[in-house]
Design a protein around this ligand. Structure first.
Ligand code: ATP
Ligand code: MG
Length: 589
């Protein structure tokens, strides 16, 4: 791990006012901060209110909140739509009132199945404003995962597009037992064929004279997010309105939001990142959000960064590796100098990707770590700190992270540097999840006394940087060694031919498990026996014989979740001929 790391020094031009290294150990009085934000007359606190209403009467009111980039852009340069903070608030209020008129009430659940469109952001905010629990789903889901999640979450309302309805909801509508309210955005003129629905445009036209009243309390449920399903069947993590305190401040600290930022979060709103940091946190911080309707395309992404002068960019390792796949020449056609800070989440960020981005994009990537359950960023490489490529960074202020061994229900804290343990976080941060939907026992098992146990393993170096080792489920036990897949994958990626790598353990009667690597090659390389041996030798030289893979297979694409995470469990099941388990999150394109 850090023995051979090179430091990327923080840049002198970075304004460190949002978070400085010496603030990391400050005690953060979360209860007092929460108390200050609660409306003193009504006792209310509401995510939408903190994202929109608070800006009225300030400089932010008339600024652009959402800059929507339609899929016809750049061929049609007019396919851009700006919505100011005050317009977004008016539209949100109208829809929020209309939701009550439709018979929904506080505590009901509204699911959304929509691509990245301004309307899906409005419905999310309106739902939160009304105290209706908002649950986003990936619009690319097929009928079955939609049905399972909506029935598990007792969905009372659904927002979707007419085109999506016909394909995915019509076949299962009768089985959606609690659904009373279907809201349709008529994207293709086919809504007239949909029985019993309400047109979204009608909601937008409602009046909202008496809508300023907010009725949610800090502990009221706000969001229901299904986890990515990387390790098994997705869990429904429940979050409350108090989480907004942390969304706001962690965005400022970890993503370095500044008032004039043009911020682009590339995560789909069907995933927790697309809500916490794709909607709520940036709006709370008064920045301008870029929303791109189109699917990934490397040229388009560079074009967006350049044309819209994106200053703050939040993406994921998979997306960054897809940019790598498109080659080194393409980015040099673009001026990406507007990007002040770029961050990454969702998977370990291999040092190779960091070096590539620095060389070819002129961009410094800042990794950060969190989970659906934590609701917000816990560990980060914030903008003013030195980066150690391959490290997730340091815990944010007010976040007490320790490495532990959990033995028969009691915890052993690990203090020695560079020693592996499970990431545990002390309870009490505002965005901590408050339950797994319908799985209370599973929820309780995540805690040991005052500590939340994340299920991820890491090491901490003597300077307090955390280094991801792997998910507890993915760690390989071979000849008495515990091998973290991330370290092995990162070394494989250092070979000039390797674009992506995933490593698993295959049961073996002699050594416990044998390390096997799957490799996706860069576009100019062909799989061959010579290349396989060369990569094996490269791994042995850099990792030593006991840790390096013994087996290597070339593969066209790694199986990934729709949020871009490598599904190592699926590689293993396929390798061993075992059942493949829950595939609802498998990316199928
Ligand atoms: P499931 O819990 O259903 O198996 P999941 O854990 O992938 O799915 P998420 O909550 O979306 O669902 O992802 C959180 C996980 O992603 C973390 O526990 C960690 O394993 C991984 N992760 C996120 N960010 C990073 C990072 N910066 N470095 C390493 N791993 C990360
Ligand atoms: Mg998880």
């Amino acid at each position: 791990m850090e023995s051979n790391f090179q430091i990327i020094k923080s840049r002198p031009e970075i304004d460190a006012s949002n978070l400085k290294e010496d603030m990391l150990l400050e005690q953060i009085p979360w209860a007092d901060i929460l108390e200050e934000r609660i409306n003193q007359n009504s006792g209310s606190l509401n995510m939408c209110h903190e994202a929109l209403d608070i800006h009225i009467g300030t400089d932010v009111e008339n600024k652009t909140a959402i800059r929507f980039v339609g899929k016809l852009w750049p061929n049609n340069s007019n396919d851009i739509k700006d919505i100011s903070y005050s317009e977004l608030l008016s539209q949100t209020k109208a829809v929020s009132c209309a939701l009550f008129e439709l018979g929904l009430s506080k505590g009901d659940a509204l699911f959304s199945l929509s691509p990245r469109l301004p309307e899906s952001y409005i419905i999310a905010l309106a739902s939160l404003r009304a105290g209706i629990v908002y649950s986003p789903l990936f619009s690319v889901f097929g009928p079955e995962p939609i049905q399972a999640r909506m029935n598990k979450g007792n969905a009372n309302a659904l927002f979707t597009l007419a085109s999506i309805y016909h394909k995915k909801i019509a076949p299962i509508r009768d089985s959606l037992k609690s659904l009373t309210c279907l809201i349709i955005l008529d994207d293709d003129g086919s809504a007239q064929n949909i029985p019993d629905h309400i047109d979204f445009m009608y909601l937008l036209k409602r009046t909202f004279e008496n809508s300023s009243e907010i009725m949610t309390c800090p502990d009221d449920l706000a969001l229901l997010h299904f986890t990515s399903g990387t390790t098994g069947t997705p869990k429904g993590a429940m979050h409350v309105h108090a989480a907004v305190i942390y969304h706001q401040i962690s965005g400022k600290w970890a993503l370095d939001f500044k008032s004039d930022d043009i911020f682009w979060c590339t995560a789909d709103p069907g995933w927790v990142t697309g809500t916490s940091y794709g909607i709520i946190s940036p709006l709370c911080n008064g920045v301008t959000l870029i929303i791109d309707e189109a699917e990934f395309n490397a040229r388009r992404w560079y074009d967006i960064l350049q044309f819209f002068r994106v200053s703050n960019w939040y993406s994921a390792p998979t997306a960054l590796r897809m940019l790598m796949r498109a080659g080194e020449d393409l980015p040099h056609e673009f001026d990406l100098s507007s990007v002040r800070i770029a961050s990454s989440v969702g998977e370990p960020l291999n040092p190779e990707v960091i070096w590539w981005a620095q060389k070819n994009l002129g961009i410094h990537l800042h990794d950060n770590w969190w989970q659906t359950e934590t609701g917000g960023i816990m560990i980060s490489n914030f903008s003013s700190m030195n980066i150690r490529p391959g490290s997730m960074g340091k815990p944010l202020p007010g976040i007490d992270v320790k490495l532990v061994n959990s033995i028969d229900g009691s915890l052993e804290f690990i203090n020695a540097p560079n020693t592996q343990g499970q990431i545990a976080i002390k309870k009490g941060w505002p965005s901590m999840f408050r339950g797994y939907l319908g799985e209370n026992e599973r929820y309780l098992k995540c805690f040991s006394g005052e500590w939340y146990l994340s299920g991820d393993l890491a090491k901490k170096d003597k300077d307090g940087y955390f280094w991801f080792v792997g998910r507890a489920d993915d760690v390989i036990k071979s000849s008495g060694h515990l091998i973290g897949p991330f370290e092995v994958e990162s070394v494989l990626m250092e070979h000039p031919s390797v674009l992506e790598a995933a490593v698993i353990g295959i049961p073996d009667s002699m050594v416990g498990e044998i390390v096997k690597g799957y490799i996706v090659l860069k576009k100019d390389f062909q799989a061959s026996e010579d290349l396989r041996l060369e990569i094996l030798a490269h791994a042995r030289k850099n990792l030593g014989v006991s840790v390096a893979p013994k087996l290597i297979s070339f593969i066209d694409n790694l199986p990934k979740t729709r949020s871009g995470k490598i599904m190592r469990r699926l590689l293993k099941a396929r390798e061993l001929g075992l059942p493949e388990g829950d595939l609802s999150m498998l990316e199928t394109n």
